[in-house]
Design a protein around this ligand. Structure first.
Ligand code: SAH
Ligand code: SF4
Ligand code: F3S
Length: 479
């Protein structure tokens, strides 16, 4: 049935001619590339939906595209460099096809605005994350011979009514964006500038989207936000109650609403913020079998002074207390994190605090970066980016080496138990095997037998590499 769900979308995408306001528009081809975080990939599904309504179908082939849109990331300088290199590649294509429209969407569009038109001459279109509804009109404007820019940020836009067109989906796991923007102003971070103020999406539309995914055969939803713990429905941007008749909904309550749709639908969420992660959320993860035992809780640094300079709103002790709170309620909960090495003024001793915190917690997995100064951020204005690149790099390597040891240990500790896995696809290494993930988000490989993507499989894990569990399905008498 999941294939049927996908087929419907594929057929819709292939539509040759689409009616729009009574005018027949010849089907045009859109190449949409996404960079950066899951929120950006989720936004691309909204963009595909908006343009699908205007007669654009997606293609992977740049040669046949009429419109190329890059949904970009600005989080670190190297993320932007990657996009610029890709734009360079499209230059030759545009020489061959002068009518090709090239647009930049997302965080780099919002950060650089019309300057992008100056800097990258081939760009025709610059559209920020809150202006995607305007895309069809803006593309028409480019066809009319003008460059087009819309980078207005909104306090209300959540695209709640736009049904995403699932792109590159495995038909098993789907993103649902539950909020947009971020109000935290961590001093290193560009996101509040590129995504604007935090706003939560109507819970009814979130539940409806999850329900729809389930009906299409999906088995997992991933609730997305920059800081999901501060989800709060029914407040205006000024913090006033919007509708006095409606109750407020917290993130823990939202999770419960989604978890109750069906025990067959696994619920994941990202990203949690250590200053806002409540006991209610932890207890909700515990309460529902179908909420995955995994919390992504970026720490950034293990030193309280650095955390203060980062404006993270918590100390090392507070973070460790939250870890204890999780472990007290859910001893086997997977905990993953993000770490930045070499933030402004970071001393060797402060770096060692990060190493020792990692030791104390024992993360299952981590995303690890060297600090990259971003224009307009608090850190850029207030502090000097004074840790030499080679020192940042060496500290990062120490962090990575230590994390690899823990990842291996944590994976090995899962051997010898039965894990509930959602099968996703054939294993990369063998057609006789399938791979899927357990609740802790670890990859599990097992003999294919007659399983299909989307099946729940109980796998007895007998062996492990550093990142992958290996085992065999157990067939329980009643299931
Ligand atoms: N909202 C999430 C993180 C979003 S950005 C949170 O608050 O945790 C993802 C990660 O990129 C961050 O957690 C951080 O580790 C990293 N990051 C953000 N800005 C960065 C910068 N200027 N340099 C290096 N890494 C950065
Ligand atoms: Fe950036 Fe901090 Fe917001 Fe995360 S919480 S997006 S790191 S400002
Ligand atoms: Fe990048 Fe924007 Fe996400 S800066 S990490 S794409 S919110």
């Amino acid at each position: 049935m999941l294939n049927e769900g996908n087929k419907v979308i594929d057929e819709k995408r292939q539509g040759e001619a689409v009616m729009r306001e009574g005018v027949s528009v010849i089907g045009k081809k859109l190449l949409l590339e996404s960079y950066g975080c899951a929120m950006n990939f989720s936004d691309s599904e909204i963009v595909a939906s908006i343009l699908d309504d205007s007669g654009y179908s997606t293609t992977r082939d740049a040669e046949e595209a009429d419109v190329i849109l890059l949904n970009t990331c600005a989080i670190r300088d190297n993320a932007e460099q990657r996009v610029r290199r890709r734009l360079g590649f499209f230059k030759s294509l545009k020489k061959k096809k002068p009518h090709l429209v090239v647009g930049v969407l997302g965080c780099m569009a919002e950060r650089l605005r019309e300057n992008l038109l100056e800097e990258e001459k081939l760009v025709d279109l610059v559209v920020g994350p809150d202006a995607y509804r305007e895309l069809p009109g803006l593309i028409d404007q480019v066809h009319g011979g003008q460059k087009a820019v819309n980078v207005l940020l909104s306090r209300e836009e959540t695209y709640a009514d736009v049904a995403p067109v699932r792109l590159d989906s495995n038909g098993v796991s789907g993103f649902i964006s539950i909020m947009r923007g971020c109000d935290n102003m961590c001093s290193f971070c560009v996101v509040p500038f590129t995504r604007g103020r935090e706003r939560s999406r109507d819970p009814k539309s979130i539940v409806a989207e999850a329900q729809e995914l389930l009906e299409q055969g999906y088995k997992e939803v991933i609730l997305l936000g920059q800081n999901v713990d501060s989800y709060k429905w029914n407040l205006t941007a000024k913090g006033e109650i919007k509708d006095k008749e409606l109750p407020t909904v917290t993130f823990a309550q939202l999770m419960e609403m989604v978890a109750q749709i069906s025990p067959e639908l696994r619920v994941r969420f990202s990203t949690s913020h250590p200053k806002d992660l409540t006991d209610d959320v932890i207890h909700m993860v515990k309460k529902y079998e179908n909420i995955a035992n995994h919390i992504h809780l970026p720490v950034q640094s293990g030193n309280s002074e650095i955390l203060k300079k980062m404006n993270r709103g918590y100390t090392r002790e507070w973070y460790l207390e939250r870890i204890e709170a999780i472990r007290n309620v859910i001893p086997d909960c997977a905990i993953t994190t993000d770490i930045i090495s070499g933030f402004c003024g970071e001393t060797e001793e402060q770096h060692r605090d990060t190493m020792s915190l990692m030791n104390e917690v024992g993360f299952n997995m981590a995303y690890m970066y060297t600090y990259s100064e971003r224009p307009r951020t608090l850190a850029e204005r207030k502090f000097e980016d004074d840790v030499p690149e080679e020192v940042k790099g060496r500290r990062l390597q120490e962090i990575i080496d230590q994390q690899l040891l823990f990842t291996g240990k944590k994976t090995k500790a899962m051997v010898g138990k039965v894990h509930r896995v959602i099968a996703e696809k054939l294993s990369k290494k063998s057609k006789e095997h399938m791979s899927g993930r357990n609740g802790e988000n670890c990859i599990v490989v097992f003999p294919k037998e007659n399983f299909k993507p989307g099946d729940y499989v109980d796998v007895m894990v007998t062996d492990a590499t550093r990142t992958t569990l290996i085992g065999e399905a157990v067939h329980l008498p009643n299931g």
